[in-house]
Write a protein that binds this ligand. Structure first.
Ligand SMILES: Nc1nc2c(ncn2[C@@H]2O[C@H](COP(=O)(O)OP(=O)(O)O)[C@@H](O)[C@H]2O)c(=O)[nH]1
Ligand SMILES: [Mg+2]
Length: 228
């Protein structure tokens, strides 16, 4: 089999409150393991996964998917934005047993989408209307499904931020080897999300007619949503 000279890649940012399971999730996706004690993420760590775009179709192609696991502590809020450019996709992670972590997803979304605008610390204005139908594909992941089931805390209903941003959503237990087993609903949804990110980055009409900067992207987004 011919090995491609260069493999195109996409960059996906993984954000969410500290302790929700971002590192565990990234390790599960990229290494199919999740240590029970992943350690504190300082700054940012990146794992890479080879993904078959549109597998089984004539346009099938291999891509690198980079998952940027960004430390969630508030003390790093000012420096985090350097990791947000460029961003082709976003995974918003919350802990199903921690309601607050779910409520904070809007803040994370705003922080990444406002990456080229200076915003006062803690001054994120999450306006669901503004972010409805954002151009960047988003996946909302609820972790600790194992604990949520025993605690009976999880509603497992579609989360509001997923609804408002048009995001896909999966819930899982990062410690469970089978949680992303090939062919499972979670694995199919994750793969579909990666396809969407690649499609938007490499195959959308705007991209084929020339690259757009984050500022242009944001302007177009605001225009599409009739916000001046
Ligand atoms: N029971 C359970 N524990 C989890 C799950 N995901 C993560 N954890 C644990 O939650 C803690 C924080 O996880 P970590 O990946 O470091 O979170 P991060 O700060 O968002 O990167 C660790 O002790 C993990 O082992 C899960 O799905 N189920
Ligand atoms: Mg971490």
């Amino acid at each position: 089999m011919a090995v491609p000279a260069a493999i195109d890649k996409v960059k996906i940012i993984v954000v969410g409150d500290s302790g929700v399971g971002k590192t565990s999730l990234v390790q599960r996706i990229c290494l199919n393991e999740a240590s029970t004690n992943p350690g504190w993420t300082i700054g940012c760590s990146v794992e890479v996964k080879l993904h078959e775009y549109k597998v089984g179709t004539p346009v099938e192609k291999t891509f690198f998917v980079e998952l940027w696991d960004v430390g969630g502590s508030t003390s790093h809020q000012n420096s985090r934005s350097i990791f947000y450019n460029p961003v082709h996709g976003m995974i918003l992670v919350h802990d199903l047993t921690n309601r607050k972590s779910h409520q904070n997803l809007g803040k994370w979304l705003a922080e990444v989408l406002n990456r080229d605008t200076y915003i006062e610390p803690n001054g994120y204005n999450y306006d669901p209307e503004q972010f409805a139908g954002t151009q960047i594909p988003i996946l909302v992941v609820g972790t600790k499904a194992d604990l949520a089931q025993t605690l009976r805390e999880s509603s497992f209903s579609r989360s509001s931020v997923a609804e408002e941003s048009g995001a896909d959503e999966i819930n899982l237990d990062c410690h469970q080897i089978k949680c992303l087993a090939p062919g499972s609903t979670n694995a199919v949804n994750l793969s579909r999300f990666f396809d969407k990110v690649i499609e938007r980055r490499y195959y959308s009409r705007e991209v084929l007619s020339g690259h757009s900067t984050p500022t242009q992207e944001r302007r177009r987004f605001l225009k599409n949503n009739h916000i001046d």
